[in-house]
Design a protein around this ligand. Sequence first.
Ligand code: NAP
Length: 342
Amino acid sequence: MKVLIIGFGNLGQKIASILSRERECFPALGDLEVIPAGIITRSRGALIDPQGVDLAASLSMMERYGKFDAGSTFYSETGALEAAQSFEYDVLVEMSTLSIENHGEPAVSHIRAALERGKHVVSANKGPVAFRYSELAELAREKGCRFLFETVVMDGAPVFNLARCTLKGCTVKGIEGILNSTTNFVLTKIEQGFPMEEAVKEAQRLGIAEAEPSLDLEGWDAAAKTAVLANVLMNANITPYQVNRSGITGITEEEITSARRRGRYLKLVCRAKTENGNIKASVGVEELPENHHFSAVSGSGSILRIETDLMSPIMVTQEAPDLYDTAYGVIDDLLTLQRSMS
Ligand SMILES: NC(=O)c1ccc[n+]([C@@H]2O[C@H](COP(=O)([O-])OP(=O)(O)OC[C@H]3O[C@@H](n4cnc5c(N)ncnc54)[C@H](OP(=O)(O)O)[C@@H]3O)[C@@H](O)[C@H]2O)c1
């Protein structure tokens, strides 16, 4: 399976490491064969080799120089859109940065270019699903290819696979959850007595915070995930701008610790619900009692509760995910594609 990789940051490098240096640690990956026709970044160059870019060598370059080696035979300055439009590949793997102010661009254009050519797409970038899901899903259907994005909500934990494979025939009426790891991690750290600034730095060090942490702290990442869930599971056709949003920046450290002293928890809760045929979506801090399911979710953990017409509410929880979980979400989509292509 030839893939074109766009974005080689924390996530791209973790996937590369799992598929090369660490491959022997994960025997169940079995015959997964990923041949990277190209790896493209925004400011660190690109590597192109139709026979397959060497992932371990790509990682070494990043570790040694912080960018791809311009002296390498495979070095190129090709941009992502040009590569998506012209390279030979089977699957585009979109792992560039989330952009709210540009409404998911340029990732939307990368994905559209691939789908128009009948190429499958795996996106870790939630922007395109949050802003343009119905258009891109329709284009994929028209071209007979797949548009997969398991990792964009709750990393590798099954959310879209769960709905697609196990909730057939159910209409999703509502979703709620704690879906932003950074804010939950920061709230937990503040409860433990750390200042907010230090907690945010730690989240960045662990690679769980967005490149621009205000996207997490002001609730934009959570709003994007809420829009994704509403669009994919509830046919909502909304964008993150239609999610009634507030983050944790307006909350003081004292408010967080005093809630704990009263035996309660402050949590950033995402909600989307169908009301009289309309979807209402929101993200905001809520004070929850100690015995609420969401109160037990600490650190970088997440939880999602799905309400349907036929089934009683279902909950998916994830404890302390890290970059392996996010990488797994992408790898799971690649395995789905490899199996459907063979
Ligand atoms: N990390 C996580 O835990 C996690 C979890 C779920 C989803 N995601 C999503 O996965 C994506 C990647 O995350 P990450 O942590 O790897 O981010 P990151 O470390 O910031 O890396 C982003 C990569 O994308 C490249 N890029 C940005 N804009 C580009 C463009 N226009 N054309 C080509 N390359 C471009 C960057 O290149 P430069 O370095 O040259 O700028 C960099 O290589 C993001 O959309 C993020 O929201 C991440």
